[in-house]
Ligand binder design. Structure first.
Ligand code: SAH
Ligand code: SF4
Ligand code: F3S
Length: 471
């Protein structure tokens, strides 16, 4: 598709949906005496949180007011996650409870969207077993929500749409942002990596990058509105721009955002180690607004497991990358994702993961017990270790990481950091601030500091970091 046709298709699509928002507004003004309330609950990753901000933007454009409670909502929407079985179970449980809400409030509209609903088997199950779900739509058609609400209201239709047409980035959608000083900025969608355990490529489709101009324009708007921290989002940001003819790769994009005027900082996630280049590491070091923080999911320490996961690197290559990152940025803090109990993983393999985390010394870890996902290659692999045994390994990993994080936190005592003040502390008159390396510090400060940068010296670590504000 050429640039012009892509853009005009995008504009047509946006105009069509904005047309539907007007039609929905008219219908709901007849149906409700007061402005109806909408509730959105989000499961899963930051990508989903960011999608929900656009969904809320569309709902508000349709005439709804957002509420924090599903009890008094006239429209309830769950934006779902399929990454692990427990994420899906939670959704089914919560959807089950909505039956009672709907009984109390028969006119309530129930909608489901997101990664779970993109799977045809899930959509079929919902259609059959949850008759009170009125609207279901997948990840590729979420911008068409106004049309779906219109069809439901005008024709009392149950609307189920989860086709997987790609090239689904519609620019210019309205957004209701959750925060005022921290913002998500998606730069790409989908994933081409097909790690053998992962459902994401199946439910999010192929990688597709936004145009650099669109990203920069959104970043400018965020900065102008007072945002102090921008998180650039993608399943694998290091693939940004691949296949496009504008020649802007992720490192270049990072530089472009960094060059924008303003007092703000930049984070990004997620970086796939196989695509993490020295160019990117040097760019991070040279860009003053980019946080010295790298989330670099390793998943496992055993080379056999990594190969079977289709990760395209081995432990030595990964450790070399970490060494290079630290040579270029000695103060960088690292974090990672780890899967425990991948099919075929032995205790000896798991020990390699323990060895690796000792060598890398991550500041924090996101740890998961392997969960088979139907349709992925790993779900067909023999898996002989019991869940109970995997849970033991999991605890061992958590304990080991706890010791590492503890030591790193102790080493921070005495140092002074620029922090972004994020929220009130547990005690009155206290504030929580976050360093660029993601250390969370509690210190005495006024609430008016929230949303601003300040300097804090860490004075103590007693399980959590305590500091004092520097003037
Ligand atoms: N794109 C990102 C992460 C996406 S999902 C990346 O590649 O790093 C977030 C994390 O969930 C993954 O890094 C992985 O650790 C975990 N995960 C994905 N599928 C899983 C599964 N089937 N079972 C357990 N954990 C899983
Ligand atoms: Fe899943 Fe791998 Fe893609 Fe991350 S890179 S979303 S783990 S397939
Ligand atoms: Fe879940 Fe979809 Fe994110 S499966 S982790 S919400 S991309």
């Amino acid at each position: 598709m050429t640039e012009t046709t892509k853009q005009s298709a995008n504009t047509d699509c946006l105009q069509e949906q904005l047309g539907y928002t007007e039609r929905v507004k008219k219908l709901i003004s007849k149906r409700y005496a007061q402005q109806p309330l909408a509730f959105v609950h989000t499961y899963g990753c930051q990508q989903n949180v960011s999608d929900s901000e656009k969904i809320k933007g569309l709902l508000v454009s349709c005439g709804y007011e957002m509420t924090d409670s599903s009890d008094d909502a006239d429209f309830v929407l769950f934006n779902t996650c399929a990454v692990r079985e427990n994420a899906e179970d939670r959704v089914y449980g919560h959807v089950g409870q909505l039956k009672h809400n709907k009984r109390k409030k028969p006119g309530m509209i129930v909608a489901l969207c997101g990664c779970m609903t993109q799977q045809p088997t899930v959509a079929d199950k919902i259609k059959r077993s949850y008759p009170y779900v009125d609207i279901l739509f997948g990840t590729h058609v979420r911008h068409r929500l106004p049309e779906f609400i219109y069809r439901h209201l005008a024709f009392q239709e149950r609307v189920f749409e989860n086709s997987d047409s790609n090239n689904d980035i519609v620019e210019g959608l309205p957004v209701v942002r959750d925060g005022t000083f921290k913002a998500w900025l998606p730069i790409m969608h989908g994933c081409n990596n097909f790690c053998t355990y992962c459902i994401v490529p199946y439910v999010r489709g192929r990688e597709y990058s936004r145009e650099p101009e669109a990203v920069i324009e959104e970043a400018k708007q965020l900065i102008a509105s007072g945002v102090k921290e921008i998180m650039l989002l993608g399943q694998n940001v290091n693939s940004y721009g691949k296949g496009a003819d504008h020649g802007v790769n992720f490192a270049k994009l990072l530089r472009m955002v960094n060059d924008l005027e303003g007092d703000f900082r930049i984070r990004f996630m997620t970086s796939h180690p196989k695509d993490c280049t020295e160019e990117l590491l040097h760019t991070m070091a040279e860009c003053d607004k980019v946080c010295l923080n790298l989330h670099l999911p390793v998943q496992a320490g055993s080379d056999i497991t990594l190969r079977r996961m289709n990760r395209h690197y081995n432990s030595q290559e990964y450790l070399k990358l970490v060494k290079t990152a630290r040579e270029i940025m000695p103060d960088i803090q690292l974090s990672s994702d780890i899967i425990v109990g991948f099919p075929g993983e032995t205790y000896k393999d798991f020990k390699c993961t323990l060895d690796l985390i000792e060598q890398v010394r991550y500041y924090s870890l996101y740890t998961f017990i392997y969960s088979p996902r139907k349709g992925t290659p790993a779900a067909e692999m023999p898996d002989e270790i019991s869940y109970k045994e995997k849970s033991k390994w999991f605890t061992e990993l958590l304990e080991r990481q706890e010791q590492i994080s503890h030591k790193i936190n102790e080493s921070l005592v005495g140092k002074t950091f620029k922090v972004l003040c994020e929220e009130k502390g547990r005690e009155d008159g206290h504030i929580i601030g976050r360093t660029e390396g993601n250390a969370v510090i509690d210190f005495c400060g006024d609430e008016s500091l929230i949303g601003t940068f300040t300097s804090v010296q860490i004075i103590e670590f007693d399980g959590s970091l305590k500091g004092i504000k520097k003037y």
